[in-house]
Design a protein around this ligand. Structure first.
Ligand code: NAD
Length: 477
């Protein structure tokens, strides 16, 4: 399947005619090719967005909300196709592609359509004047996304960005181009004005040409922390508006008063959903000393019961890792854990489903006995590998949870909600769940602190990021 760039409402080849292969993570086969776009393609896409801006930004919010609704309807009609393409491209189980990726991609457009429809101007009255706050578009947005939740994250950016009157150039991950291509087909099918949404495929070269382009006004980036820091550098000379959603090393804190059954289930899901390749995954499990042995036994049983298999099989719970390179990284951390004195309780070796020996497979891996300062316990692995640690007191749990450069998310498991809330407020992170995980209300802020990013998206935070407030002060007399 060969995908093309989408610029000014047309699917076009890259100017250079350079292409790269797209591999299936589960079988290792080449499933298509994508343009390796260069500066010229990026410039063409940015110019298309610049040209479309005056008309698009002049529409009333209600009109733009209706466009978002049309995109949501069209995406919904292709629900199964989205799920299948996402599983083919990422190696994730089809059940997950349906329940998370396809579902959220549709609801992102519907949700922001509703928010934009309900948007009201803020007013601040003075004795002798009235201040009105108008939310104006920022301009041309660069939207850059990773491979783990391709359309879920792209739609999370495109919907509020165009909904607030900006025009955009998207640069999806080179490893997962298929559903971004499908979104462009949807955009063409609904007849969105040309140039409002453009897309260039390619690797980091295309990404950096885009973030440094002088006519790009805003950058919304989701990806790794090291890349995020390069993006911040390239956006800084022109003071571009910047949102960075980066890596994480999230703690799951299990207190002795938790509901053991629900906690084991929740912590397993949070550790291994999408093969542990979700930025919010709980990859450090901290367990109160008094229940440590019981918890570990049940947790390992639960992990071992997960079904690893062909992503297209309805019963599969764990699929393949995204690439050979990523598998090598995960294997490196497993061998490092052994060097650091860790004990592999389960997993640690590839677990290859029948007929898929060229894919990127790793059994879900649980490692105990590591110091909580060790590299495996503090660095982001982003795969099906968790470390498990004991703690004796609330204070110690908080200290261990905060012992990382990251601050994205976390979860706390306890029968005492007051304690849950108290501990949550002491964890230096952007989001934390108590007795649940990845339970998202789209109105709530999403984002991290420390090396996990800058800024928040979600609900009114997205609308704020994708707009510039203009204060109009009207003197009364
Ligand atoms: P990555 O940083 O390698 O790539 C992300 C995107 O940036 C890709 O589209 C890539 O082509 C592009 N890119 C690469 N170099 C660039 C450059 N110099 N300038 C501009 N763009 C460039 O990340 P990845 O491996 O695709 O994704 C995994 C990472 O993403 C993990 O660290 C994970 O935690 C993080 N992530 C964070 C969130 C969040 O919301 N915080 C969500 C999902 C994933």
């Amino acid at each position: 399947m060969r995908v093309l760039n989408y610029i000014r409402g047309e699917f076009v080849d890259p100017k250079s005619d350079f292409w790269m292969d797209n591999f299936s993570p589960s079988s290792g086969e080449v499933i298509g090719s994508i343009p390796l776009s260069g500066e010229g393609d990026v410039d063409n896409a940015v110019m298309a967005a610049v040209e479309a801006l005056p008309y698009w930004s002049s529409l009333r919010p209600l009109e733009r909300a209706e466009w978002l609704e049309r995109i949501a309807d069209c995406l919904e009609s292709k629900f199964e196709e989205i799920a299948r393409l996402e599983s083919l491209d990422t190696g994730k189980p089809i059940s997950l592609s349906r329940s998370v990726d396809a579902k959220r991609s549709v609801s992102n457009f519907r949700f922001f359509s509703g928010m934009i429809r309900d948007l009201e101007e803020e007013v601040f009255e003075m004795e002798d004047a009235t201040n009105i706050v108008k939310l104006k578009p920022v301009g041309v947005g660069a939207l850059i996304t990773p491979w783990n939740l391709p359309l879920y994250l792209l739609s999370w950016k495109v919907a509020p960005a165009i909904g607030m009157g900006n025009t955009v150039v998207c640069k999806p991950s080179e490893l997962t181009p298929l559903t971004a291509d499908l979104l462009m087909k949807v955009i063409e099918e609904v007849g969105l004005p040309r140039g409002v949404v453009n897309l260039v495929h390619g690797d980091g070269m295309a990404g950096s040409s885009l973030t440094s382009h002088p006519l790009v006004d805003l950058v919304s980036f989701t990806g790794g922390t090291e890349t995020g820091s390069k993006v911040a550098l390239s956006a800084s000379p022109k003071f571009k508006k910047l949102s960075l959603e980066l890596g994480g090393k999230n703690a799951s804190i299990v207190f002795s008063d938790c509901d053991m059954e629900k906690t084991v289930e929740g912590v397993t899901r949070s550790a291994f959903l999408n093969q542990g390749q979700v930025c919010l995954c709980g990859s450090r499990i901290l367990v109160e000393e008094s229940i440590y042995d019981d918890f570990v036994e049940l947790f390992v049983d639960s992990v071992e019961s997960m079904v690893i298999g062909d992503p297209m099989d309805d019963s599969t719970e764990l699929g393949a890792l995204i690439s050979k390179e990523h598998l090598k990284k995960v294997e490196y951390y497993i061998s490092l854990a052994k060097e650091e004195g860790g004990q592999i309780l389960t997993g640690g070796t590839p677990c290859v489903p029948k007929g898929l020996s060229n894919g990127n497979w790793m059994a879900p891996t649980v490692i105990a006995g590591l110091d909580h300062n060790s590299r495996c316990s503090t660095e982001e692995i982003f795969g099906p590998v968790v470390t498990i640690h004991r703690f004796k007191s609330e204070d110690q749990a908080i200290k261990i949870a905060n012992n990382t450069r990251y601050g994205l998310a976390g979860s706390i498991w306890t029968g005492d909600l007051e304690k849950g809330e108290r501990v949550a407020s002491m964890i230096h992170t952007g989001m934390i769940w108590v007795n649940t995980w990845l339970h998202r209300d789209l109105r709530a802020p999403f984002g991290g602190v420390k090396d996990s990013g800058v800024g928040r998206e979600g609900g009114r935070w997205s609308l704020g990021f994708f707009s510039e407030p203009l204060n109009v002060c009207l003197k009364n007399d």
